[in-house]
Every structure is written in C-alpha cells, then in structure tokens.
Design a protein around this ligand. Structure first.
Ligand SMILES: Nc1ncnc2c1ncn2[C@@H]1O[C@H](COP(=O)(O)OP(=O)(O)OP(=O)(O)O)[C@@H](O)[C@H]1O
Ligand SMILES: [Mg+2]
Length: 255
C-alpha cells in the first residue's frame, strides 16, 4: 500500500534527518492557545483566560521525527491538538502542509486531519464496539476508500496483528490495542503522525516494541512524526527533541 506513485520518491530515502527534504510539514510561529475562563465572569467565577501555549516557534521537517518533552501541564497535548487541527490556535501562525490553521475553518481542519494526519493517544481511543479491523479501517472508510478493509488488514498484519482482526479492544492487551491504534493512524498514509505519550500506559518492553513499529512505519512511508514522551530514552531515538515549558519552547536538543 506504500507503492503509490506520489510516494515513490520518499520510500527509499535514507533516514538522515539532515538532508534537505523539501518544505517542512509544520511551521509554528508565535503560536498561541488560550482557553476561555470558566464561568460567566461574575464575582464567583474564574473568568480569566488560561494561556496554554504562549508563543511557540518550531518546525517539523519532512521525514523528521521530533520528540517533545516537558512537565505535566506545560502544554504538550495542547500543542498536538493545535498541530492536528483539533483546536484552533488563538494567535500567531500555524501552518501544516501549507494550510493556515489560524484561519482555516472546521471543515478544512477536518479535511486536513482525514487526509494527512494520524494521531496516536496514550489511552488508545479505539471504538469499543468495533473489531480491530473495523477500528483500523475507519479513516479509510471516512475517506471513501472502497478497499478500506483489505488495506486496513494489510496494515494490521504490518503491525503484527493479523491473528487478531476480529477481536474487540476489550479482548486485546494494551500493547495490541496500541498496535491497532497505530495501524489506524497510518492506514491513510498520513504525511504527519502525532503521538501523545503512546507508551504511557504500557510497560517498558511493550512500549519499546510499539514505538519500534511506529519508527519503522514513519521511515517506510516517509511521514514525519511529533512524539510527546516523558521517556528520555525514547526521546533520544528521535532526530531532535524540543523541551516545552509553561507553553513555550525552552530549548532544542539535536540537529
Ligand atoms: N479544555 C481546557 N480548558 C481549560 N484549560 C485547559 C483545557 N485543556 C487543557 N487545559 C490546561 O492547559 C494546560 C496544558 O495542558 P496540556 O494537557 O496541554 O498539558 P501536558 O503538557 O500535555 O500535560 P501532561 O504531561 O500531564 O499530559 C494545563 O494547565 C491544563 O489544565
Ligand atoms: Mg498531555
């Protein structure tokens, strides 16, 4: 399924992060996200806005794997939500695959997500009533792909789950559930994968295996990835690490 002609230039590419590989997939410049205060602003209410992202400058290059680390509450999941088009930035500029997410409407953000972004969450976020195959097929079905199930089945085989196609999430181990989520995230061949602590609910060995699968898929498909993690050994496997602190990029380690 990775033999599409438009991907032919990326499949055999060496994994060096240094080579110039074309335009970055995401560019953030002074990106801000504020949530409205809770309540109606009356004397009992906490009406002040919460500034969660306070001017983020960063890029994710084509084919690059970037780790994001930082303390709890520093804004890592909010950063994923903004880059993934789940939350609209309230200031600055966020461009993902040349779509300006500061001005894009809901429909344009949904379209970007469906076509070009895969998201993997800490707690898997699978649909409980659906089998592994149905879960992994979902993005392809939403994209109107008539081969959705057979392509999803190939993807599940790729992540080592061909013997679990008809199992529901409750009948799968945590590591298996995350593999289904990874198959789902990669099924539509996204250009950018966003992973928010994908190993957070897994033991070290299972987490390492699951991340190994993600790294392999990123390299094979030429996708880029932003990987939020608390695990320093995992961050060290990425091309570059950005440290988020209190809604800003504190520093960058790596090339
Ligand atoms: N919907 C919301 N409304 C108001 N504040 C929010 C909302 N979502 C997140 N926040 C606040 O934004 C800040 C950043 O949250 P975020 O979830 O991005 O942090 P994080 O770095 O992912 O933390 P963790 O490592 O615990 O997952 C926190 O102070 C949080 O309380
Ligand atoms: Mg988080």
């Amino acid at each position: 399924m990775f033999s599409k002609t438009e991907r032919a230039d990326t499949v055999d590419r060496p994994p060096s992060p240094d080579a110039e590989k074309g335009a970055p997939v995401a560019v953030l410049s002074g990106a801000r996200l504020s949530y409205p205060g809770i309540g109606d602003g009356g004397p009992e209410a906490n009406g002040a806005e919460v500034d969660v992202l306070r001017g983020i400058d960063m890029e994710i290059g084509a084919g690059e794997i970037v780790a994001a680390t930082g303390p709890s509450g520093s804004g890592k999941s909010s950063l994923i939500a903004v880059i993934g088009g789940l939350e609209r930035p309230t200031g600055g500029e966020v461009k993902v695959l040349d779509i300006d997410l500061t001005t894009a409407g809901e429909a344009a953000r949904t379209d970007l997500r469906r076509r070009n972004i895969g998201i993997v969450f800490q707690s898997f976020h699978l649909v409980p009533a659906m089998s592994a195959l149905q879960n992994a097929s979902l993005p392809l079905m939403l994209a109107g792909n008539f081969e959705a199930e057979s392509e999803a089945a190939k993807m599940l085989a790729r992540v080592g789950l061909s013997h679990r196609l008809n199992h529901r999430p409750s009948a799968l181990s945590g590591g298996e559930q995350q593999r289904v989520a990874i198959a789902r995230a990669f099924a539509a061949e996204p250009r950018l994968v966003l992973a928010d602590e994908p190993t957070g609910n897994l033991d070290q060995a299972t987490g390492d295996e699951v991340v190994g699968v993600m790294f392999d898929l990123v390299r094979e498909t030429g996708a880029s990835m932003l990987l939020v993690t608390h695990d320093e050994s995992l961050a060290a496997r990425c091309d570059r690490t950005i440290a988020i602190d209190n809604g800003k990029v504190r520093d960058t380690v790596g090339s």
